[in-house]
Ligand binder design. Structure first.
Ligand SMILES: [Zn+2]
Length: 47
């Protein structure tokens, strides 16, 4: 999973490759992306 740092759109590598054969946001074409994990919120346990 990746997130575009411009529009905030989250997408998979497969989705990205469907639109472009390149490392870009499928929605806006921005090239700066952030790797995110799919629905895995960080849980911090209080001690
Ligand atoms: Zn974007």
């Amino acid at each position: 999973m990746y997130q575009c740092l411009r529009c905030g759109y989250v997408f998979t590598k497969e989705e990205m490759e469907e639109y472009f054969k390149d490392f870009k946001c499928p929605r806006c074409g921005y090239r700066i992306l952030r790797k995110v994990r799919k629905e895995e919120p960080k849980v911090v346990k209080a001690i």
